[in-house]
Design a binder for this molecule. Structure first.
Ligand SMILES: C[S@@+](CC[C@H](N)C(=O)[O-])C[C@H]1O[C@@H](n2cnc3c(N)ncnc32)[C@H](O)[C@@H]1O
Length: 355
């Protein structure tokens, strides 16, 4: 669905949207304060009766001034409404307070991206993740993942896992339709999907590829399961073109992985998959393409997430448009034989075979 072909706002709606953008960092931090200080929760608890300013600051032991400025901002943002001195929560306020996806996105934006994003323009000019230095001194965020302090690490993993976890069950059924015997899980991260495969099929063998820090975490997790003897670990920096892949697997699984790389890097990775995979084997790419979303907020979230890659992750990748991605699959010598959209919250699975 293409949501982006028409400018359908009136001039008044357009200037309103422009003000929301002009004050966006303040809108964001005010919303986070209203959530984190318990103000939205207190207002929600009062249901439709509502609470006065005095009732809220007394209950929360905060200053009258502090709660007043935040609630007045909340009126403007649309998180609360006020009738006869009583504040009640809006639908948007309820989502900010209770919706898991919104909270995962907000925490990721705040903890991982917010400070770094100040230098987004430099990232674009230099083609480098200039915001990453706020988190640590690594060439890409991936070398730093295992060493990020909390809550930054928790917010990163919560964001990553929230989206992929919701797709894994449907993905498993798809992957095992062709009864693979040996699967490479490239970018296997903490081992969640590898463990699901081992549990799903009592005979399947798995080989996990990832950077050494992530593989150490995966190994620790998998060691606690009865499947540990069916897993091999292959520490690799996949960016080094000279690092070839072991041969013999009949399926390669890459979930939320290729979006971590530039177009030429993706082609290099896929070419190495081509060399390694059995002649009639399949590669499974699970990605979130912004142009394949059913709903506009889904596409919006992905378009914004792209800039995390630009400024924090690596400076050169993104959440791709599927048309760009399909050209890369073709350049690497594969064809898409099946495409399944709307997997989990926002994923597409592409099943590819050698051309
Ligand atoms: C966004 S996570 C996806 C994890 C998992 N597959 C999922 O669906 O949740 C990307 C993974 O790619 C790994 N990765 C990134 N750059 C890498 C590199 N240069 N070499 C090997 N692995 C890399 C990261 O460590 C991380 O585990």
């Amino acid at each position: 669905m293409n949501f982006f072909t028409k400018d359908d706002k009136s001039a008044f709606e357009a200037i309103t949207a422009a003000q929301f953008i002009a004050f966006a960092p303040i809108v964001f931090q005010a919303t986070k304060s209203l959530r984190d200080l318990g103000i939205l929760a207190a207002v929600e608890e009062s249901r439709t009766i509502g609470l006065t300013l005095e009732e809220i600051y007394t209950k929360l032991k905060l200053s009258e001034y502090g709660v007043r400025v935040l609630l007045e901002a909340g009126l403007g943002i649309g998180l609360v409404v006020k009738n006869q001195d009583k504040y009640t929560i809006t639908k948007t306020g309820l989502f900010i307070l209770n919706d898991r996806m919104t909270n995962v996105n907000m925490d990721f934006t705040n903890d991982v991206c917010y400070e770094g994003m100040f230098s987004l323009t430099d990232s674009i000019k230099q083609g480098k993740p200039t915001g990453l230095k706020v988190l640590g001194d690594w060439p890409t965020v991936y070398e730093g993942l295992a060493h990020l302090p909390k809550p930054i690490q928790d917010s990163w993993f919560a964001f990553d896992h929230y989206y992929s976890d919701g797709s894994f069950d449907q993905a498993l059924a798809e992957l095992f339709k062709r009864k693979p015997k040996h699967i490479l899980d490239i970018g296997g991260n903490t081992g969640k999907f590898t463990m699901k495969c081992l549990n799903y099929d009592a005979d399947v063998k798995m080989t996990m590829f990832d950077l050494p820090g992530q593989l150490a975490m995966a190994k620790e997790n998998i060691a606690k399961t009865p499947f540990a003897d069916r897993v091999n670990y292959h520490p690799i920096n996949i960016l080094d073109d000279a690092n070839r892949f072991p041969k013999g697997a009949d399926a390669i699984w890459m979930s939320q992985f290729l979006d971590c790389f530039s177009e030429d890097e993706i082609v290099s990775i896929l070419k190495r998959c081509h060399e390694a995979i059995a002649e009639d084997g399949s590669i499974y790419i699970m990605e979130t393409f912004w142009d394949r979303q059913k709903f506009r907020p889904g596409a919006f979230s992905l378009q914004m997430t792209s800039l995390y890659f630009t400024n924090i992750a690596n400076g050169n990748s993104q959440m791709y448009d599927s048309a760009v991605f399909n050209r890369l699959i073709d350049r690497a010598g594969f064809k898409v034989v099946e495409q399944i959209d709307n997997v989990g919250i926002s994923h597409t699975i592409q099943v590819c075979k050698k051309k």
